[in-house]
Design a protein around this ligand. Structure first.
Ligand SMILES: Nc1nc2c(c(=O)[nH]1)N[C@H]1C(S)=C(S)[C@@H](COP(=O)(O)OP(=O)(O)OC[C@H]3O[C@@H](n4cnc5c(=O)[nH]c(N)nc54)[C@H](O)[C@@H]3O)O[C@H]1N2
Ligand SMILES: Nc1nc2c(c(=O)[nH]1)N[C@H]1C(S)=C(S)[C@@H](COP(=O)(O)OP(=O)(O)OC[C@H]3O[C@@H](n4cnc5c(=O)[nH]c(N)nc54)[C@H](O)[C@@H]3O)O[C@H]1N2
Ligand code: SF4
Ligand SMILES: [Mo]
Length: 731
């Protein structure tokens, strides 16, 4: 039996469980928020989407009982979507996890730690450092992600760990890094208000980012709004131009628009020559993308292509480009994101108000995960393979440099393939629910059964993933812990504790601390005492990086400023009345070695699973309503949010396809892909094009249908394109 090492943290000076029972507050158990007026209000940042709205939490006897939008926060200016108003409700759900569970049975933390260390060490000792992996999330605080990534990789000796941001933002990360030299979304939300033309590609902000959409509505410049989406979404309906392209033909479309702009001399030649490389090769490359061939591939007319090009041509004031999952979740996702970047570069729409090639993020802290999770990048946007970077991080953290691995992690899909092939034997999943949200769900669930040891850490023990865990660790949730989030526009916000965690649930931060202690790494992590102490370590790790935040003193400064966008150096912060909001690339200099942005491109190829005679329709998946969040572990707990969403799963199908298939509105249909068959009701909707059907991702069954395919550069799954057939159900 594994025994706990001698205590190394000051606050733990006796056997773990006894201490927890005797003085639970020292572990954050049942702890009340400090520093707050017991019946006053506290400010925090919403823990759902990446908009990062400010909320006011109204306290009674020190505990939050109600949430309202913060009128003073610069992001949301007094508004919130239904999820923000209902932010506290999921915390009170009856199925909140209150104890660790071993094979479904409640155990105490001491037992949980014993099992964790014994099993993980057993796997690592027997099969080597590559045999255990973790999957993290964009829904924990920066400090927690950094702790997890550092504990596992610098402490426990793991090599592989990735996050659910692979499902979501990996494409934008790869595209920005290659094109700009750093993962650097350049915009601020003020750009929504300052554009003359906004181009939304594969994005449905009316549903997925409703408060960003409020910022669009505040634009007083009577902007043109272009939406590129195969479906007539709520956002497309609000647009001035909607291009309902053939799914996954975006790359062809964007090359075709570049072709037209070049042909017509509508290029910002000064910006291109001073600030970019590769334009000549790009010009030659797009010659093949003639309007006629592009019209045929995208399903648009030549006149539509011309109208699109005319609207964004250089010399048009202030064009901004915005993209989300319709782009990131594609078979040629990285190149598509870069084709958007290329349009912004060639028209000189970058670094100025109302411009930019702007990726909108998904989860509340996906941006934090991109910088601080220590998964694909070494913490702070560094490179595991670079010896100087390893030395710098070792010094910033006070760790021996030998502890920093010199190879990056496998990507999420490769970790799963490693489990399938028997190379990876132990998996630890934190704050994500892949048994619902990963592609080709049956394959995913089958491979889990190959694990020798499977740990899940979640606020509910009832999720599809948690129910399969050997060991389950109960986590405190948003509102029950302190830490920072980084929103879509690079704004660091402070999210604070306003509730007690239930039962024995501990914040993820505390769980990582407990594990560090149990593993015998207390000395190594002796500085990692609180989220705020870790924030100071993270500041050191960003020194001299494009994302440097050394000028942010502490949490109090973040709160006082209404959030602060990176970068903020000490010298920036010293300037009187320093700007908390900043746009990148105003000087036309990028983060590449020659300080120029790069035109990157590749020929277009067809999607991996095309419709055919057996499976003639294309299935698109995405967000359903603004009241539903992903796998709905949280949003389904709110009666209010449940009422705002459909009670059952509907397949959206075009009237003509329905007529041909003899399907009536609201009749039961069977939807089959090569992976699974499901029954549900059909909803006849002209909002989808003929030959396509749509399903929201929130139903636990939908990913049984999807196809396991990833972009070769970002390794992000292609959730939005697979072949299905639909028939009236005989049941
Ligand atoms: N209410 C709510 N809000 C959320 C979330 C949520 O679950 N619920 N999740 C958050 C997260 S993590 C994310 S990543 C974001 C996602 O935000 P979005 O990306 O805006 O949402 P999706 O619905 O996944 O996809 C956007 C659109 O892409 C379109 N699309 C599909 N295929 C293609 C294609 O080939 N080309 C083009 N141009 N478009 C295509 C779809 O029709 C869809 O309308 O939302 C965030 N906000
Ligand atoms: N078909 C299809 N599938 C998709 C997509 C799509 O468009 N179509 N989109 C993909 C995208 S963009 C994303 S981001 C993923 C999202 O997929 P997931 O990450 O699997 O979805 P969530 O439901 O957000 O899962 C978060 C989990 O963390 C738990 N949790 C919440 N807060 C905390 C906390 O503080 N600590 C701990 N330990 N646990 C916590 C929640 O209870 C929940 O179980 O789905 C992807 N899947
Ligand atoms: S828009 Fe996003 S951040 Fe704002 S309240 Fe809604 S879920 Fe929260
Ligand atoms: Mo996402």
């Amino acid at each position: 039996m594994f025994t706990l090492p001698a205590p190394t943290f000051r606050e733990w000076n006796g056997p773990l469980t006894e201490d927890l029972v005797r003085d639970p507050a020292r572990f954050g158990l049942g702890q009340l928020p400090r520093r707050l007026q017991p019946n006053g209000t506290a400010k925090s940042i919403c823990g759902f989407c990446s908009t990062g709205c400010g909320l006011k939490l109204h306290l009674k006897d020190g505990v939050a009982i109600n949430a309202t939008p913060d009128p003073d926060y610069p992001v949301n200016l007094g508004t919130a979507c239904p999820k923000g108003w209902e932010a506290l409700t999921p915390l009170d759900a009856a199925d909140r996890a209150t104890t660790p569970l071993l094979h479904g049975q409640p155990v105490d933390w001491q037992t949980a730690m014993n099992v964790f260390c014994e099993k993980m060490k057993g796997v690592l000792d027997q099969h080597g450092p590559g045999s255990a992996a973790f999957i993290s999330t964009g829904q924990m605080m920066c400090e927690e992600m950094a702790f997890l990534g550092s504990l596992t990789k610098f402490g426990m000796g793991l090599i592989h760990g990735d996050g659910n941001t692979r499902q979501c933002m990996a494409t934008a990360v790869t595209a920005y890094k290659e094109s700009f030299g750093f993962d650097a979304p350049p915009f601020t939300y003020a750009d929504f208000e300052e554009s003359d033309v906004m181009v939304f590609i594969g994005a449905n902000p009316c549903i997925a980012h409703p408060i960003m959409w409020q910022r669009v509505l505040r634009n007083k410049r009577q902007p043109q709004i272009i939406v590129v989406d195969p479906r007539t979404t709520e956002t497309a309906m609000a647009a001035t131009q909607h291009y309902a392209i053939q799914p996954k033909s975006d790359l062809t479309l964007l090359y075709g628009i570049a072709h037209l702009l070049i042909r017509e001399g509508a290029v910002d030649t000064q910006f291109v020559s001073e600030s970019t490389t590769g334009f000549e090769e790009f010009s030659t490359f797009v010659q093949a993308y003639t309007p006629e061939s592009v019209a045929a591939a995208t399903g648009l007319t030549v006149a539509q292509l011309q109208c699109f090009a005319d609207t964004i041509r250089a010399g048009t004031p202030r064009v901004s480009f915005w993209w989300t999952m319709g782009v990131n979740q594609s078979h040629q996702a990285t190149r598509t994101a870069q084709a958007i970047i290329n349009l912004a570069l060639m028209t000189g729409n970058i670094g100025k108000p109302g411009t930019g090639a702007n990726s909108i993020t998904g989860q509340c802290n996906a941006m934090g995960s991109r910088l601080f999770s220590n998964t694909t990048n070494l913490i702070g946007g560094h490179d595991f393979k670079n010896p100087a970077h390893r030395a710098k991080i070792a010094e910033a953290m006070g760790f021996p440099v030998e502890r920093i691995p010199d190879q990056p992690s496998l990507a999420y899909d490769q970790i799963l393939e490693g489990i399938e092939s028997g190379k990876i034997k132990a998996l630890w999943i934190i704050a994500t629910n892949p048994s619902h949200s990963w592609i080709n769900q049956k394959r995913f669930n089958n491979l889990l059964s190959k694990l020798d040891f499977f740990v899940v850490q979640d606020m509910y023990g009832t999720t599809e993933t948690a129910r399969q865990a050997h060991l389950f660790l109960p986590a405190a949730a948003w509102g029950e812990k302190d830490g920072t989030f980084i929103n879509s526009e690079r704004r660091i916000g402070f999210s604070r504790q306003v509730r007690r965690a239930p039962g024995q649930a501990l914040s993820d931060f505390r769980i990582f601390r407990l594990i560090a202690h149990a593993w015998g790494l207390g000395d190594l992590f002796s500085e990692w005492t609180s989220p705020e102490a870790v924030f100071q370590i993270l500041k050191r790790c960003t020194q001299d990086q494009p994302c440097e935040i050394s000028g942010i003193q502490d949490y109090a400064m973040i709160e006082k400023s209404g959030g602060i966008q990176w970068p903020l150096k000490v010298t920036d912060a010293a300037a009187p009345g320093f700007a908390t909001e900043r746009r990148l690339f105003a000087d036309g200099r990028f983060f590449t070695p020659d300080q120029r942005a790069r035109f990157i491109f590749d020929p277009t190829v067809p999607p991996p699973e095309l419709p055919d005679a057996d499976f003639p329709l294309i299935l698109i998946t995405g967000r359903g309503t603004s009241a539903q969040w992903h796998t709905e572990t949280r949003t389904a707990k709110s009666e209010v949010l449940r009422k705002l969403a459909p009670a059952e799963l509907f397949l959206d199908i075009h009237p003509e396809d329905a007529r041909q298939l003899n399907i009536r509105d609201m009749s039961v249909v069977m939807v089959e892909s090569r992976r699974a068959s499901l029954t549900m009701k059909a909803r006849i909707s002209p909002g989808v094009c003929q030959g396509q059907v749509f399903l929201p991702m929130h139903d636990p069954r939908v990913n049984q249908l999807t196809h396991w395919a990833v972009d070769p550069f970002s390794r992000q799954p292609n959730y939005k394109h697979c072949a299905v057939r639909v028939s009236p159900s005989t049941r």
